[in-house]
Design a binder for this molecule. Sequence first.
Ligand code: PLP
Length: 377
Amino acid sequence: MTTQLFVPAFRIEECLAAIRECLEKGWTGLGFKTVQFEAEWSAYTGLPHSHFLSSNTVGLHLAMHMFKTAGGWSDGDEVITTPLTFVSTNHAILYCNLKPVFADVDESLCLDPEDIRRKITPRTKAVVFVGIGGNIGQYEKVVDLCREHKLRLILDAAHMSGTRVAGRHVGAEADCAVFSFQAVKNLPTADSGMICFRDASDDARARKLTWLGINKDTYARTTSEGTYKWMYDVEELGFKYHGNSIMAAIGLVQLRYLDRDNAYRRQLAAWYEQGLAGAQDVKVVPVAPSCESSRHLVQIRVPRRDELMLALHATGIYPGVHYRDNTDYGLYAEGRGTCPRAHQASTEILSLPMHLGITKHEVEKICTVVKAHVSAR
Ligand SMILES: *Cc1c(COP(=O)(O)O)cnc(C)c1O
């Protein structure tokens, strides 16, 4: 048996047909499929403004940049964040010359609102919340806390495509939610993402900034006459961050399968939970009861995780770790020692194989290997 952590499932014929449409039309860039994907993502999530990007990473940077410049934040102002994430989350803070202040996680591995509260200072401007594995943890309390303290809330929703809370897609509560459609996420393309601002004015500004700051309004006003296409204005320094029609073409196909795929992921998670129930020393990371998780991950916690990892490798099972405590990296060493629970978790967590090619039988075998190894210690 070889069981990888993630294997994306592409609907190949449908994706190829959609890409062919772009090629035949001679339109692979911004516009055409990107516009359609934005509209369908908004319809799917209920989020009013969706803007398609080349990745989630650029979206996090963009959001941070926009809130910093609009809010008049100074270099060195603070953003509260988690040490248990992919580094994109925290790089976005550094890109803007802001200071990441790490708060600890709770048993869901998401930020603990109590520790956020303790880490608020007069220089705190924003919180970045990561819905790890598609879980919301105590997100609702973090939303309230940000309102109370007038902090910007950015949701790194890289794992949350399809996550619902009380029947509604997550994201509307944040100032900005950023999704990832990278190759191994729940809605895989190759590389792309979606940024969803709460306010229309932020969305409008973002659309200029993701195309170098070019204000297309002038262009739009004159296209009907087919002239003066170059007569646009550039009002502020932007980036080349928008997505393209080839990625959107794949995304539109994958979106049609997202709910079905996530339902299967939840089924896999339920099988893992059954298979590991009662196992000594193996704890499945819990999902908040109010959350219908996208189930990007199923994470377990075990003492002496690295030994179990080797034992699983020996039987052809390749789990992952989400994530290494970011303060263990040289770049974030300043935060070392500030989040003991996240640090402990990062030595114990293991993400079990989670993709649409896994069968119930494989889940049972993986659980058997995990239990045999842990009980043989
Ligand atoms: C994948 C991921 C990102 C980055 O997404 P890209 O689309 O690859 O830029 C950011 N945050 C988290 C938590 C992720 O898992």
